[in-house]
Design a protein around this ligand. Structure first.
Ligand SMILES: Cc1cc2nc3c(=O)[nH]c(=O)nc-3n(C[C@H](O)[C@H](O)[C@H](O)COP(=O)(O)O)c2cc1C
Length: 310
């Protein structure tokens, strides 16, 4: 089984990916949070930094693109190929209203015919040496939409299909639809990666046992909650207190990388909304987490964190 790190906007940029790679067992692939080229095909400085080969050494990184414009996708893919990338990923899962209202991300799934025309143009236009993988939900509103969507995917040489078995309207709520995922596995010859709600090693084991045709498992929030989860799944011991060293290194790297302390605080606080569960055994957990959230500068933040993690 292969394991991939999920793209998570605002959380798993290159600083996070590099730091995780320093402390924990490696992933077979690290997907970048989506880059969203403008109509003029321009990428933001932050996006360029995230995909810069210099910031992605020693690991296999797959840049993810969010667009519904085939020529934009082809242009961005050839730019990424020139940077040395051998695979790019198309985002067909983002549920955010601002994305969906523009028919991008999961919004693109509402029109399989348009998706078909998009892939037709893309696969005629991209260099054959670069792999195109897709990260998808089951549809916009109903899981039954996936039957037609999968027929579209099956017509193209997509290198891998990463399926998050929820529809857009679910966001990340409710249970994943394993029955529809199982049907999809039966009805495609594209290599399939499972993604969704893997929070402990037994969740990953169950997918491997129940779905022997799955090529890979992608881990998202489970890694934010417990960065050592990949080691637990692979049966590789972690250093005691590795989560503390991981956190401290991440903080130092963000301080060196981001413009202001405010930005660093924002990023670290966002991480804590997941990481906090790793410290549930502290009897004052809730009070100290609140203190972290309320910290208004880095020294207050450090004091609050040290109290929680000790
Ligand atoms: C804060 C956040 C940001 C995300 N950003 C992206 C993204 O940029 N691209 C993407 O394909 N999915 C994104 N996702 C979805 C995750 O990659 C993943 O599909 C989802 O969290 C389900 O997997 P999990 O249950 O293992 O977390 C994001 C999810 C979260 C919670």
């Amino acid at each position: 089984m292969k394991y991939y790190l999920a793209p998570m906007e605002g959380l798993t940029g290159y600083v996070f990916r590099q730091t995780h790679h320093m402390y924990y067992a490696g992933f077979d692939k690290y997907f970048t949070p989506f880059i969203s080229p403008t109509k003029k095909r321009v990428l933001k400085t932050r996006e360029l930094k995230d995909i810069s080969p210099a910031n992605n050494t020693g690991m296999t990184t797959v840049p993810q693109i969010l667009t519904n414009d085939a020529s934009n996708f082809i242009y961005t893919t050839s730019f990424l190929a020139n940077e040395g990338y051998r695979e790019v990923n198309l985002n067909l899962g983002c549920p955010s209203p601002t994305v969906v209202s523009k028919n991008k991300g999961a919004g693109f799934l509402s029109d399989p015919e348009r998706l078909d025309r998009f892939f037709d143009e893309v696969f005629n236009g991209v260099d054959k040496d670069i792999k195109i993988s897709v990260k998808t939900r089951l549809g916009m509103c109903f899981a039954s939409e996936f039957e037609d969507i999968l027929k579209v995917y099956n017509r193209y040489p997509i290198s891998e299909l990463i399926i998050h078995p929820r529809v857009r309207d679910d966001y990340y709520n409710g249970s994943v639809k394993m029955d529809v995922f199982g049907e999809a596995l039966k009805n495609t010859s594209i290599s399939v990666c499972y993604n969704g709600d893997i929070f402990d090693a037994s969740d990953a084991l169950r997918i491997a046992e129940d779905c022997p045709n799955v090529n890979a498992i992608m881990l998202g929030r489970g890694i934010l909650r417990n960065p050592g989860l990949i080691n637990e799944i692979k049966g590789i011991p972690v250093e005691p207190d590795s989560v503390i060293s991981f956190h401290n290194t991440l903080l130092e790297k963000y301080l060196g990388d981001l413009k202001s302390e405010r930005d660093v605080l924002f990023k670290m606080k966002e991480l804590w909304s997941y990481l906090a569960v790793s410290f549930n055994d502290n009897p004052e957990h809730d009070k100290l987490l609140k203190k972290i959230r309320k910290s208004s500068n880095i020294s207050e933040y450090r004091i609050a964190v040290n109290e929680l993690i000790k």
